[in-house]
Design a protein around this ligand. Structure first.
Ligand SMILES: Nc1ncnc2c1ncn2[C@@H]1O[C@H](COP(=O)(O)OP(=O)(O)OP(=O)(O)O)[C@@H](O)[C@H]1O
Length: 312
């Protein structure tokens, strides 16, 4: 388990992490989400004892990471896959890490197999693709067979096969009862992978809830998508009933906060044909954008999400 209590990090004028409190439970994949600069990496670094908190605490298995008797056997992490000596082979990198942490060398072969590095493990890291570096970073995290795992953007640079492999791996690690904290900007992946979500913005907690709770929460408003050859007439009738209506880029209408029955009844009352009527739920991406909207530090241009994309 990871316990974060009142965790705060001040870098000069920047408060990177601001009084953050949450727990990461074993047996689940916890997604750690937030816009760029929200403080995810800083939080993970403090959990791993790589940065000192300005206030508050972060405990791994009940202790500050620096005070763990066998840190690599307790928690493993992939933070920056580039941070590996480029002149060493992947296997040598793992052997050095194993020796330094009193881990039997046979674990090196096991994790090389587990991450599918294969013969590439004997080549120098400087010739590795980003995907291979990610696999090596994950192998290093798994070396001590730890109960707690932190992965910062592990899907970066991976192709579709690699992304699916990560999805299966984190699922398996959680099913084995481990604590898994996973950050990613790939919302569709997160939606398929995480059981629980911790969402932060500008260093502060925005949401700490199960995936199911987030998906049916207030931001996950229901909408009805309706197709009609007479959109203007139907829009007018719906607006007269105080319903909010948005046109989609495929020519349908999205009606907020109404059931399909209500929309169908309104269409019947005004004698307008309906060719399609379906309830749609927001994707995690849309919910995430709604939740973090105010906490995005740098927005290039407020690009509207095409309404058709909210449909799953
Ligand atoms: N060593 C540092 N010195 C000064 N400011 C820093 C330092 N590390 C991070 N920051 C600042 O702290 C804030 C949080 O950064 P952090 O990297 O933790 O965010 P993040 O959520 O991981 O972002 P991303 O999704 O882009 O990786 C940012 O404003 C960043 O510029």
């Amino acid at each position: 388990m990871i316990e974060v209590r009142g965790l705060t990090k001040q870098y000069g004028a920047v408060r990177a992490v601001d009084d953050l409190t949450f727990e990461v439970q074993p047996g689940k994949v916890t997604g750690f989400l937030g816009p760029n600069g929200a403080g995810k990496s800083t939080t993970m670094r403090m959990v791993l004892g790589l940065d000192r908190p300005s206030a508050g605490s972060a405990l791994v298995a009940g202790r500050p990471f620096a005070r763990l008797a066998e840190p690599l056997r307790t928690a493993g992490a992939l933070l920056d896959a580039q941070a590996v000596h480029p002149g060493r082979s992947g296997r040598d990198h793992l052997r050095v890490a194993a020796r330094a942490n009193g881990i039997p060398l046979r674990r090196v072969d096991e994790v090389v197999d587990q991450v599918g590095l294969g013969p590439a493990s004997r080549r120098r890291v400087k010739g590795y693709s980003l995907g291979m570096r990610q696999r090596l970073g994950i192998a290093t995290a798994l070396l001590g067979d730890p109960a707690v795992l932190l992965f910062d953007e592990p899907m970066n640079g991976l192709d579709l096969d690699g992304v699916r492999w990560i999805r299966r791996l984190v699922r398996q690690l959680a099913d084995e009862g481990r604590t898994v904290l996973l950050s990613s900007h790939l919302m569709s992946e997160m939606e398929q992978t995480a059981d629980h979500l911790v969402i932060i913005g500008r260093g502060r907690l925005i949401a700490d809830a199960s995936m199911a709770e987030v998906m049916r929460g207030e931001s996950a408003r229901r909408q009805v998508q309706v197709r009609t050859p007479f959109p203007d007439e139907l829009t007018g009738a719906l607006l007269r009933r105080q319903l909010r209506v948005h046109p989609t880029d495929v020519g349908d209408l999205l009606v907020e906060g109404a059931s399909p029955e209500t929309v169908g009844d309104v269409a019947l009352e005004v004698g307008v044909a309906v060719h399609r009527l379906a309830e749609v739920h927001n994707s995690l991406e849309q919910i995430y954008l709604d939740l973090t909207g105010d906490s995005v530090q740098y927005r290039v241009a407020a690009e509207p999400v095409p309404a058709g994309q909210v449909q799953r």
